[in-house]
Write a protein that binds this ligand. Structure first.
Ligand code: PLP
Length: 393
């Protein structure tokens, strides 16, 4: 039976499974760095690439391959390359597809380390990046140069949960002979499949929702056979930012529950967003599931639900925001997300603390802004935990 006949929920549980002669039901964990050959001729054929098979776990491991095939099936892609982290997925994509003299146009509202990667390390390798507005398509078009090769976007964004139009960006990219790369970390393929909307490459930090329980670091690059299966794979094979078999095994079990988790994270985040929207002490709520969100219609069109992350603002700046954080007993004060445990972050002094006040203002990150990544606890308990601080404002 071909994987194509299966629904997303089934693919998340079954795709890529390869049973050994032991008849194991759960996916096996292959902890081996190398593999043996039955003869010198077999070894030679495999090294030459004439026959498929395992050689060395920097680039061939059955547990990692099962994870790659399952994630590729979920994104509707031909190929997936698993990496050591989300950041190494982005690095591998850029270093395998770009060279000195090339140019990237990227949304300004991307993960902080991605900004540093582009601005510092890729710039050092002669690859320049222009940063533009997440939501203003005309600013993307005017930033494209004759040497632009790649458009990069993360949607929804962090921490303001702004939604970029993947279909429009892919049309723009292709009109100018560029690739569109989408960091799909916040939605996962359960809620959003960028390749179906025209994107060329999807990036994942498996560390977040794919694991789902905050245990392991990993990433992935997903796309077509030529770009990802050959180019990105070739880089990984040589440079070695490889996902460990053990982490792949953790992520495989994560994928099995991804669908029910994403739906539950989304339902609970929506309930909390509605509650905060009606709260007298809250001045603004950023969540695309609310009809008041500026890209609500777009999010409805390109996502199956609105995800687990929201942000809200209170009056009184940093002092008020910190009061809410410091009065929580249940919520975890940490910048991580995609966990069963709800987390609370004050972006202005943590994830975005390295920006100047002017840069933060330009990015819309006020001192009274808090980000919540809604976990799987009872929403009632999350509301009560936030209320202790809110009531003191
Ligand atoms: C965390 C994150 C990354 C980086 O992933 P790591 O696994 O931490 O390297 C990239 N993009 C987004 C949107 C993230 O949230």
């Amino acid at each position: 039976m071909s994987d194509k006949q299966w629904e997303l929920e089934t693919l998340a549980v079954r795709a890529g499974q390869r049973r050994t002669q032991e008849g194991e039901h759960s996916d096996p964990l292959f902890m081996t760095s190398s593999y043996v050959f039955s003869s010198a001729a077999e070894a030679a054929a495999r090294f030459k690439g004439e026959t498929a098979g395992n050689i060395y776990s920097r680039f061939t491991n059955p547990t990692v391959r099962t994870f790659e095939e399952r994630l590729a099936a979920l994104e509707g892609a031909e190929s997936c390359v698993a990496t050591a982290s989300g950041m190494s997925a982005i690095l591998s994509t850029c270093l395998s597809l770009l060279q000195a003299g090339d140019h990237i146009v990227s949304s300004r509202s991307i993960f902080g380390s991605t900004v540093v990667l582009f601005n510092k390390y890729l710039a050092r390798a002669g690859i320049e990046t222009s940063f533009v507005s997440q939501t203003d398509l005309s600013s993307w078009e005017s930033a494209i140069q004759s040497n632009t090769k790649l458009l990069f976007v993360e949607t929804p964004s962090n921490p303001l949960i702004e939604v970029a139009d993947i279909k429009a960006l892919s049309e723009l990219a292709h009109k100018h002979g560029c690739l569109l790369v989408v960091d799909n970390c916040f939605c996962t393929p359960i809620l959003q499949r960028p390749l179906e909307l025209g994107a060329d490459i999807v990036i994942h930090s498996a560390t977040k929702y794919i694991d789902g329980q905050g245990r392991a670091i990993g990433g992935a690059v997903v796309g077509d056979k030529k770009t990802v299966g050959e180019e990105v794979f070739g880089f990984l094979r040589t440079a070695g930012p490889t996902m460990s078999a053990f982490n792949a095994w953790i992520f495989l079990t994560g994928l099995e529950t991804l669908s029910i988790r994403m739906q539950t994270h989304s339902a609970r985040a929506l309930e909390l967003a509605v509650h905060l929207f009606d709260h007298p002490k809250v001045t603004k709520v950023h969540y695309p599931g609310l009809p008041q969100h500026p890209q609500h219609q777009l999010a409805r069109a390109q996502q199956d639900a609105f995800g687990g992350v929201l942000a809200f603002e209170v009056e009184g700046g940093r002092e008020a925001a910190w009061k809410i954080v410091d009065n929580t007993k249940l919520l975890s004060i940490t910048a991580n997300l995609g966990d069963t445990k709800t987390t609370i972050t004050h972006p202005a002094t943590t994830t975005h603390g390295r920006l100047s006040e002017q840069e933060r203002n330009d990015a819309g990150i006020s001192d009274g802004l808090l980000r919540i990544a809604v976990g799987l606890e009872s929403v009632k308990d999350i509301k009560n935990d936030l209320e202790t601080g809110l009531a003191k404002l």
